[in-house]
Design a protein around this ligand. Structure first.
Ligand code: HPA
Length: 234
C-alpha cells in the first residue's frame, strides 16, 4: 500500500521504516522522492511522482503561524479548509499537456479519513491538536504584515503558512487522498507584538520533529486504505 509523505528538511527518516531517496522522472521534471524545501517546492513533480509510484494516500507536514490566540506554538493543527493567497504557482497537473483544463471540486479539500486518523494519533500521543482549522496559504517567502494577519482573521483564517497550496489541490486532481498536519512554530505577525524569525520557526520544528515523525509512523501503520472518506473519487 504505497503512501506518500511530503515533508521538509529532516523528513528523510521515519522511526521503524527503512526509507531511501529515489529519483523519479515525470512530465514536469525529475524529483527526489521525500526531498522538500520550504522555499522552492516542485509541487507538480512531487504529486506526479507520488502518483506514478502508485500512492493512494499522502500525509504532508508543514510549519504554520497561529492566527487564533488558542492555537499556540508547539500545538498541531489539521486543516479542513484553506484560503488561497498564493500568487504565482502552478495551478494544475494538466499545464503544458494536451489535456482539457479540469475544474477540481475542493468542497472537502482534505481527506476526512486521514484528518481523523492524524488527529486521533496526535491525541493518543498526548499532543495538543486543533481540528477543523482554516489554513491560509501566502506566497512568501516573506512573513505577513500584521494588517494581513488581521484581514485573514476576519476572513476566518486560523493559521498561516506558505507551502500547503497548491499541493492539496494537485493531490486532489491526481485523485490521491491527502491531509496535512501543521506544526505551529510561532504566533502570526502582530499577534504578540514580537517580530518573526526563520530561526524560531526552525527551532520549534526541530523540537517537535521526533513527535511528528512518531505520529506519522503510527498513522501509516494504522492506515486502512479502504476506509470510507468524503473524497469524490473514492
Ligand atoms: N507565516 C507564514 N508561514 C509560516 C509562519 C508564519 O507565521 N510560520 C511558519 N510558517
Amino acid at each position: 500500500m504505497p503512501i506518500g509523505i511530503i515533508g521538509g528538511t529532516g523528513f528523510s527518516q521515519l522511526p521503524g521504516f527503512d526509507l531511501h531517496l529515489e529519483e523519479v522522472t515525470t512530465a514536469f521534471g525529475a524529483v527526489t522522492v521525500l526531498r522538500g524545501s520550504i522555499a522552492q517546492i516542485a509541487y507538480q513533480a512531487n504529486i506526479a511522482a507520488l502518483k506514478g509510484l502508485g500512492c493512494t494516500h499522502i500525509l504532508a507536514t508543514n510549519a504554520v503561524g497561529g492566527i487564533r490566540a488558542d492555537i499556540e506554538p508547539g500545538h498541531l493543527v489539521v486543516p479542513d479548509q484553506f484560503l488561497d493567497f498564493t500568487k504565482q504557482r502552478p495551478l494544475t497537473l494538466s499545464e503544458g499537456t494536451d489535456e482539457e483544463i479540469p475544474h477540481i471540486d475542493v468542497t472537502n479539500p482534505y481527506c476526512s479519513y486521514l484528518r481523523r486518523l492524524i488527529a486521533e494519533q496526535a491525541g493518543e500521543a498526548g499532543l495538543v491538536v486543533h481540528q477543523d482549522v482554516v489554513y491560509v496559504c501566502t506566497e512568501g517567502p516573506r512573513f505577513e504584515t500584521p494588517a494581513e494577519i488581521q484581514m485573514f482573521a476576519q476572513l476566518g483564517g486560523d493559521v498561516v503558512g506558505m507551502t500547503g497550496v497548491p499541493e492539496v489541490v494537485l493531490a486532489r486532481e491526481a485523485e490521491i487522498c491527502y491531509a496535512s498536519v501543521g506544526v505551529v512554530t510561532n504566533y502570526a505577525a502582530g499577534i504578540t507584538g514580537e517580530t518573526l524569525t526563520t530561526d524560531e520557526v526552525r527551532e520549534l520544528m526541530d523540537q517537535l520533529r521526533p513527535d511528528l515523525l512518531a505520529l506519522l509512523s503510527e498513522a501509516i501503520t494504522r492506515l486502512d486504505a479502504n476506509a470510507d472518506c468524503l473524497c469524490p473519487f473514492k
